[in-house]
Structures are given as C-alpha cells and as structure tokens.
Design a protein around this ligand. Structure first.
Ligand SMILES: *[C@@H]1O[C@H](CO)[C@@H](O)[C@H](O)[C@H]1NC(C)=O
Ligand SMILES: *[C@@H]1O[C@H](CO)[C@@H](O)[C@H](O)[C@H]1NC(C)=O
Ligand SMILES: *[C@@H]1O[C@H](CO)[C@@H](O)[C@H](O)[C@H]1NC(C)=O
Ligand SMILES: *[C@@H]1O[C@H](CO)[C@@H](O)[C@H](O)[C@H]1NC(C)=O
Ligand SMILES: [Zn+2]
Length: 438
C-alpha cells in the first residue's frame, strides 16, 4: 500500500472496478451515528447586556446545551459570541425564550444531522484510500491513524521512528512519531500534538498532513530539508485517544477524556485544564459534568501525565510546543491563565505575526493572534502555559478553521486548504526558531 497518496487521475482509474467491492466492504457510514442529531440546531447568540448574559447562562444550564464557543458556561459574558448546540427537544424552549427576551440570535445550523452528512464524503470516496493510496482529505478513525503510523514506521525508517509514551485511561497506547534525519549530533526539537479535544477532528487531520508533507517534500523543498536535518519533530497525532475514539463511535461532540469519576456518573476531564499550572483556577470547572472539568488533581489523566513526563524529560532540547485545536482561527501563546505579558514577548509575538501573515498569503484566511487570555478567554491548567513555565520558550496553540459556519463539523472538502495554509504557518514558526531571535 502506498501511504503518501498518488495523483487523483491515477487513483480514479482504479475506481470503476472497485465500486462493487466497496459497497460490500463498507456498508453504511459508521461515523454518522444513525440520526442521533436530527433536528438539533446550532445557534449563535451575543448577549448585549449583563442581564442577558445572566439569563443565557441560566437557560443553558437548564437545557443542558452543548456549548461550542466558548467552552464553558462561566465564560458566557456580555459582548462575547456564544455558539450553542441545542438538542432537538430543547430547541423549541430556547427559541421561545430568545423571542421573549429579545436576545439577538442567528441560527447557524438548522439541522445538525444534515450538516454532518453533507460534510463527509460518500462511502465510496472514503474507501478509495484502502484500494489505492492513502487519502489525506478525509477524517480517519483512531484505528486507521494508528495503522498509518505503524506503516510509516516500517516504510520510512530513515526519517521516522514510532514509539509509545504510555497508556490512556482505557488502555490504548499513546503513540508519538519522531520525525527528522537521524543524527549523532545534538539536535533541538519541536513537539506537536493534535486532538487534545476529541471533537476537533481537523487537528489529527493536520498532524497527518504535516507528516505527509514532510516525507513528500524532504528532497525537493530546501526549507523542509533544513527543518528535518536540523530538528526532530515529536508528533502526537491523537493526544486524547479514548475521547477521539468515542467521538467516532458514540458522541461526535465529545470533548474530554473518558476517565470515570468516583462520585458522579459523568465521565471525562478536560485534558487542556488538567496541567499543573494555576490548576483549576479561573476558566476551569470543578464539576465533573462540565466540559471544562479540571479533574480531581493535576495530571490526573494518564494522557496528560504521559506527555508532561515526556516533556519534562526532554525539555532541554525541546524549543517549541505546538498544540492544534479548533475552531476560531487564532494563533495563541501564553499566558492563558492571566492577563500579563510573557518575558521575551517580542520574539514570540513576531513569530506569531509572521506565521499568521504566511498563513493568510495562501487563501486570504485571517487569523487573530495574541496571548490566549486576552485573545480567546482566560483558562487555567492549559498545556501551553505549562510548557512555557517548564522552560519551552516558544509555545503556541492553533485554533484552526473555521469561525463557526461549520464549527466542529468542518467538511472534509476543507481539510486540504486548511492544512495547506497551516503548514506555511508551522514552517514559518520553525524557521523562526532556527534563527536566533533578535
Ligand atoms: C431531551 O432528551 C434527553 C434524552 O432523551 C433528556 O435527557 C433531556 O432531559 C431532554 N431535554 C428536554 C429539555 O426535554
Ligand atoms: C518502529 O520500528 C522500529 C524498528 O525500526 C521498532 O523497533 C519499533 O518497535 C517500531 N515502533 C512501534 C511502535 O512498533
Ligand atoms: C515567514 O513569513 C513572513 C511573512 O509572511 C515572510 O516574510 C517570511 O519569508 C516567512 N519565512 C519563511 C522561512 O517562510
Ligand atoms: C529571554 O531571553 C534571554 C536572552 O535571550 C534568555 O536568557 C532567557 O532565558 C529568556 N527567557 C525566557 C523566559 O524565555
Ligand atoms: Zn480544543
């Protein structure tokens, strides 16, 4: 099997013959959850006053909405955009409430199930990968991603080494790819993780894209060659493996890990609130049923602990920490937990500024950039703050496309443009850190 993909024309030639087969091999689309989101809506609301914000918080709690933006009800405030996913049986109540209170709203998605089905490719397109070449323009299940990693470990042993840094709560291996030309000489490194939050599927798709581009262009692109010759990249395509798996099999909008709680039936911890840095302070919740639950103690989640241990052990040579999320179109750096400027701010700021400019140069997509606290919202116990506090000078969190039109359901058609532009930003940051910051 060729995992780096082939030109489309070549692939298409295989298609007619295989169509019949594929229907049998891939009945139905397992990732469409048999209509469980039919009639659900996604609504954008902007409370104009404090009273409106207060009223919204209350009804969100009552109706148990799935908040898409911001990530917790406590962050709903006057003037900030909130995108809520409201289940079909609650939408009538919410709309009635909005009309009554005169709060401005816009329906982003009338029927979530329809958006879900439209955004993914047809079963026949999906399965083309299994016949001729790996398809980087569809979302892949955890099993597919792990098979892909094993395959690259065998076929590209000159540039790739795959290893495990531990086990998840449910016992899955936490795999990392070490990418770069092997060298006896001391090399600095860049850590990249994707999929801390399960439902942000474009993250893992980007991690795969990055590895593909690296292998395909190592010989032809001087920038990539320089990157792989001078640095190692540690790439963790799926950080929250249990949650990601669950988002394929049960709940497309699952965010947290899957750990159990001793006192509540709700499962999971927000793996981006579980780090030992101002743990469980502002922007994190102590309640196990909340999407921003910080966990019973710092590093309670085996996934967080494994990555933290790895970074602690290798922090001497890791120069950058990059974490991929969605959605908002932002490039964020510390601090998350407070409104303050980091030391050596100008180096980080100029790296972000250039990266965003490089990203925009491809399709004109605009990213905001700045400290996470003032650009997105305050959150404590985040991985970027932790990495920064532990001595990694360049730490960034990307919030990839889009700004809410599709939200977490970014269609597969947009994987390629999103990854293409993001690639430029990552290369730009990497080249920046290979130079001495002025
Ligand atoms: C909607 O249905 C779910 C599951 O059947 C239930 O748990 C929830 O309470 C219902 N919500 C409302 C507002 O009726
Ligand atoms: C990757 O390949 C190497 C041999 O080249 C092997 O020792 C290692 O166990 C492989 N990694 C995994 C996770 O299988
Ligand atoms: C980084 O981006 C800036 C701004 O777009 C550009 O001028 C510069 O050439 C880029 N550097 C690299 C190495 O891509
Ligand atoms: C800031 O830069 C100075 C000089 O380059 C360096 O010694 C110091 O460690 C940096 N501090 C941080 C927090 O990165
Ligand atoms: Zn996220």
């Amino acid at each position: 099997m060729e995992f780096l993909g082939k030109p489309r024309s070549q692939r298409a030639a295989f298609l007619p013959l295989c169509l019949l087969f594929l229907k049998i091999l891939h009945p139905g689309h397992s990732h469409l959850y048999s209509s469980s989101y039919a009639g659900d809506k996604v609504i954008r609301l902007i409370p104009n006053t404090e009273e409106e914000a207060y009223a919204l918080k209350k009804i969100y709690q009552q109706l148990k909405v799935d908040l898409w933006q911001p990530s917790s009800i406590s962050q709903v405030s006057e003037g900030t955009v909130t995108d809520v996913h409201i289940p079909h049986n609650g939408s009538r109540a919410l709309l009635a409430f909005l009309q009554e209170t005169n709060i401005h709203y816009k329906i982003l998605m009338e029927d979530l199930q329809k958006v879900l089905e439209k955004g993914s490719s047809l079963p026949t397109q999906r399965s083309r990968r299994s016949v001729s070449g790996y398809n980087y323009e569809v979302y892949h299940s955890l099993e597919e991603i792990q098979n892909w990693m094993h395959h690259l470990n065998k076929t590209h042993s000159g540039l790739i080494h795959m290893f495990s840094i531990g086990k998840s709560y449910e016992g899955r291996s936490l795999f990392v790819l070490k990418l770069g030309r092997r060298s006896r000489a001391y090399k600095r490194a860049v850590w990249i993780d994707c999929g801390i939050h399960a439902r942000e599927w474009i993250g893992p798709a980007f991690c795969q894209w990055f590895v593909k581009e690296a292998l395909l262009t190592y010989r032809s692109d001087p920038t990539m060659r320089k990157m792989l010759n001078h640095l190692y990249f540690y790439i963790m395509p799926v950080f929250n493996v249990d949650g990601y798996h669950f988002s394929w099999t049960n709940d497309r909008f699952w965010r947290k890990t899957r750990s159990r709680n001793s006192r509540f039936r709700c499962r999971g911890v927000d793996a981006n609130r579980n780090w030992r840095v101002k743990w469980c302070d502002e922007g994190a919740s102590m309640h196990p049923c909340d999407d921003t639950y910080c966990g019973p103690f710092p590093e309670s989640e085996p996934e967080v602990k494994a990555v933290a241990n790895f970074l602690r052990k290798h922090k001497k040579h890791i120069r950058a920490y990059l974490s991929f999320h969605a959605y908002a179109q932002m490039l964020l750096y510390p601090y998350s937990y407070k409104y303050a400027t980091i030391p050596n701010f100008s180096c980080v700021e100029s790296a972000a500024h250039k990266a965003v400019k490089a990203l925009q140069s491809v399709y004109g997509i605009q990213y905001r950039y700045g400290p996470a606290s003032s650009t997105l919202y305050v959150s404590s116990g985040s991985s970027v703050d932790w990495a920064y506090k532990n001595g990694i000078p360049y730490t960034f969190a990307f919030e990839l496309r889009d700004t809410g039109h599709f939200g977490f359901l970014l269609p597969e058609m947009l994987i390629k443009p999103t990854c293409t532009e993001t690639m430029l930003a990552v290369k730009n940051i990497t080249m920046h850190l290979l130079r001495k910051c002025p």
